[in-house]
Design a protein around this ligand. Sequence first.
Ligand code: 13P
Length: 340
Amino acid sequence: MTSDILVDTARTLVGSGRGLLAMDESVPTCNRRFAEAGIPQTGEMRRRYRELLVTTPHLGACISGAILHDETIRQATGDGTPFLQVLAEAGIVPGIKVDTGAKPLALRDGETVTEGLDGLRARLQAYCAMGARFAKWRAVLAIGPHTPTACAIAVNAHALARYAALCQEAGLVPIVEPEVLMTGAHSLARCGEVTGELLSCVFEQIGRQGVQLDGLVLKANMVLPGLDQPPAGQVSAQEVADATLRCLLAIVPPALAGIVFLSGGQSAELASLRLNAINAQSTVPRARIPWTLGFSFARAIQQPALHLWQGFEANTVAAQQVLFHRAACNRAALHGAYDP
Ligand code: 13P
């Protein structure tokens, strides 16, 4: 019975022509984004900002699921309506980030392993009882001359699979997010190689630990050249789409419920443009692609709205309109209809 529930939830998340809004920034990350935008970094401002997000009119037309943070899942609007109720009324499935962050990996200078497995079974049960229906765990790997090491890939893949198995045991769909960062001077091809190595290891562990593929969603990075590549090394949206799809097709099992992309620091417009190309402009024949290819963006949906809001009540409606616009752009990109 649990397995049917997982499949149904996963299909709602990725198969309903909508995408995910990641709004699961940890308190330090949310505060950092507030500081950059000149917004006071208080609990009340974070609550008001998250209220702006969840109460955006018609958001459920474009967003199937919202990834919350432990702080946010317990919060309510100014009039006392729990965010979970607001989301349910909008037809948006609530999810929860459950990792406790990327921590320095011992004896591996500069590399990280994502933590949060201790006590996870009990936390998942508690979130499920609160109403969460899916979860998220993010591993972070950076490309450098000698990184990521096989060790960093292996420990992060193992933890992702352990998390995924625990989620399914609790009746929550795991969103498995192994992220290769855009920072660095690497080429598109190198990003493809590293992403491929990482995904191979993740799916090997997922198979070994008995995780059900059709009750799991992969949250992947697009295959991109490093941000420090000179302009000549930057590439078209179609090249990104081809490299991304060829990498995924070589490794990701077809039985997966779906794949959603993170935005990773791309501008909102570029993320939509590339998602559109992945869905409609690749030279890879559409018939060869077995999964729904969607989005689970944080910055690429939120950033323009956050900068417009600036923490002022008077800007809320305009910020919500911008937020809805980005969500609608990405919904259009799911079927190649994004028009920048
Ligand atoms: P970005 O879309 O900003 O990369 O965030 C997605 C996310 O959930 C990171 O864990």
